[in-house]
Design a protein around this ligand. Sequence first.
Ligand code: NAP
Length: 297
Amino acid sequence: MTQITIIGVGLIGGSFALGLRAAGLDVHIIGAGRSERSLQRAVERGIIDSWSTSLTEAVENSDIVLLATPVGAIDRVMEEIAPALGPATIVTDAGSVKQSVIASAREWMQHFQNFVPAHPIAGTEHSGVEAGFATLYQGKRLILTPVEETSPEAVDVVAELWRATGAKLESMDAAQHDQVFAATSHLPHMLAFSLVETLHRMDQKSPLLHHTGGGFADYTRIASSDPVMWRDVCLYNREALLASLDEFQNGLKVLVDAIDHRDSETLEQLFTTAKETRDTKVLPTDVGGSNDGDREP
Ligand code: NAP
């Protein structure tokens, strides 16, 4: 029986455990985190078999450790668990940013070759222990970003587990990953958060939010995502996100100028390009993520 420790039994960690169970894998899953109440609830939901709030105790005899906390917690978690990891223990993560997590693993793990960085391109706007479900990863992409030192055997073990959850595997360079997802996932989340916050401010002056319709609800679904997770994505993918926001500001300026100058040609051209791109290139399973987002089932 494979012993797996999941640190952070929320949407991503919980769904991973439920996916493995649904696939019939012979696993003993230990949950670890800060809240006893959440961990106990994870046992009740059949997500984990046992739990500990001591991270070192939780990883001590495990074959595989999945880090599924917000990205900003990973460095401290790595520091804490590193001395308790066995020489063959494989550590992987699910963080939405890859270069910072790899840097932490490199700093703290004695057997850095056993660290397999990964990122599931699946999620919902819900979080916490109640949010996980077994089919979250079915047909969704799982991006592996191994580095030169990463053991191919460790990659195979992690890949096999994710395949069992139904994920389709891809590999990517970590820096490229952070740039790509800054544009396709992190930027749209920033725009959704900012749009809702803007309307909230306008609503304070003169109530208008009760007039929003289906389009607004569709567009802003991801603004219901976890604030801590997204705070950390901003802090740890800062440069790539700022570059994407710059591009967006350039595009927004073109739009504002066209509206200001009643430039119907530019407006129509811009909307046509966007419509054609959306209609032909954005596939439903590729919409980069509600929290890297994909759709709720
Ligand atoms: P979540 O539902 O909020 O779960 C996070 C879990 O981490 C909670 O169980 C929380 O439990 C625990 N936790 C938080 N801070 C901790 C700390 N300092 N030490 C130990 N445990 C801590 O979040 P999630 O959506 O599953 O996201 C987890 C990771 O997956 C993040 O790195 C995120 O970037 C990545 N990701 C998310 C999505 C998505 O759509 N949500 C998609 C792809 C990747 P306690 O509060 O009880 O400790």
